[in-house]
Design a protein. Structure first.
Length: 423
């Protein structure tokens, strides 16, 4: 009986334990779910908080930037010249960079003049000039000036390197600063050397040599003073200016050398065909614009192949060189003579009618015919002449001259013939 009573009690206890276990498990599950929810919520809140912090940071940066801009604007408004507030070294560097990028020599020298920082008063009482030394002719040529009157500019536009001929010629020869002052009227002598005969109103002429690093002279910087009581620019500024100017002149000389090589026929020293063609196109444009006459002469050396076959190509080269020299000497310095190809040459005669061009061509023919060629027999040339017409192009003009040249050869060579104008 007692055993039957114990079984339900045991089952009741077991059932209670099971209920408690289930309840505990449910609590644990719920607790875990609550923890996950809390974590998710916390992460979301943390993200929102971080986003807000980032937003506030951006807003702070924008406000700070706006304040900086406002301060800059206020600074500029209160100080209009602040945009120019750079150090002298920075300003000079800017000028030098601008100078080195300038391809035109006078413009480059004009920009370099800023390095002297001339005062407005100095430009009233002084004049300035740069002369460039031509090493081939040993001549100083005025390349840029400021404040020099035209009559004075002509007076020393060119000067041979002869000691005492002019202050800047002496300065270039000696490689030293030369100054010549006007003497009082009572001390003047009739046999006064040219170097001391200053241009009118000039009281003193200061000439400074412009040198390369190796000491060779490129030109001179000249200051003409109209009032001896007014001081020259600072010596350090002059030294800096001379240095920068030497770079400009050396660069200009280098570029001119390259350009000359590109335009020159190596054997004869004349203009090559490419540059002759360019020159002809420009002269045609100028002739059309101003309605000036223009003529061309095309010529070649008679029986040139026989020189090469009989005497060799080295003698043929000498003949080409001598004919080039003679033809260049028989025309004006303003005209162009170029090697057109082989033994053929083209002469471009600006502002020249057909009749006048015939005279020039005959002068060239006579110069070659009368010349003495030591290495071979006498040399002759045949020439064809044509005048530009409104219907012409550069090609058609040369072609008409070529046709006249062909007729001259067919007629017996060593003569000048003209091609009639096109209708």
């Amino acid at each position: 009986m007692a055993e039957y009573l114990d079984q339900p009690f045991s089952m009741l206890i077991g059932l209670s334990v099971l209920v408690l276990a289930v309840a505990l498990l449910a609590s644990v599950v719920k607790l875990r779910a609550d923890i996950r929810t809390l974590r998710t919520t916390s992460n979301q809140q943390l993200k929102r908080l971080n986003a807000r912090v980032a937003q506030l940071s951006n807003e702070h940066s924008e406000v700070a930037s706006a304040l900086d801009d406002l301060c800059d604007s206020a600074s500029i408004a209160s100080a209009p010249d602040s945009s120019l507030a750079v150090t002298p070294a920075e300003q000079e560097n800017r000028i030098i960079k601008s100078i080195l990028n300038e391809g035109d020599l006078p413009k480059g020298l004009e920009k370099a003049f800023e390095l002297l920082h001339p005062s407005p008063e100095s430009t009233l009482w002084m004049a300035f000039g740069i002369s460039v030394l031509d090493q081939n002719t040993k001549t100083l040529k005025l390349a840029w000036h400021q404040g020099i009157k035209e009559a004075v500019a002509r007076q020393f536009s060119e000067a041979r390197l002869i000691h005492g001929s002019a202050p800047h010629a002496t300065s270039a020869l000696l490689g030293e600063h030369v100054v010549v002052r006007r003497e009082p009227a009572a001390q003047k002598h009739r046999d006064q050397p040219p170097a001391t005969r200053l241009p009118e109103a000039v009281q003193a002429w200061h000439s400074f040599p412009i040198k390369k690093v190796d000491g060779s002279v490129l030109g001179t910087f000249d200051i003409l003073s109209f009032n001896e009581g007014f001081p020259l620019p600072d010596s350090n500024r002059i030294a800096n200016y001379l240095f920068v100017t030497s770079i400009i002149l050396e660069r200009h000389s280098y570029l001119n050398g390259i350009l000359s090589q590109a335009r020159t026929d190596k054997l004869t020293g004349l203009t090559n065909r490419g540059f002759a063609e360019e020159s002809l196109v420009k002269e045609i444009e100028r002739s059309q614009r101003y309605r000036n006459p223009l003529s061309v002469v095309l010529f070649d050396i008679d029986h040139f192949k026989s020189f090469n076959d009989t005497y060799g190509h080295d003698v043929g080269d000498l003949v080409l060189q001598e004919v080039s020299r003679l033809s260049a000497g028989a025309i004006r310095s303003t005209d162009v003579v170029g090697r057109w190809g082989g033994e053929e040459f083209l002469v471009i005669l600006s502002e020249t009618t057909l009749d006048s061009a015939m005279v020039v061509a005959e002068n060239v023919r006579k110069a070659v015919e009368s010349a003495h060629f030591e290495v071979c027999r006498s040399v002759t040339i045949s020439l064809g002449v044509a005048e530009f017409t409104p219907h012409d192009t550069a090609q058609s003009l040369v072609k008409r001259a070529d046709e006249a040249l062909y007729k001259a050869k067919k007629a017996g060579r060593n003569r000048v013939l003209a091609q009639s104008k096109v209708a």
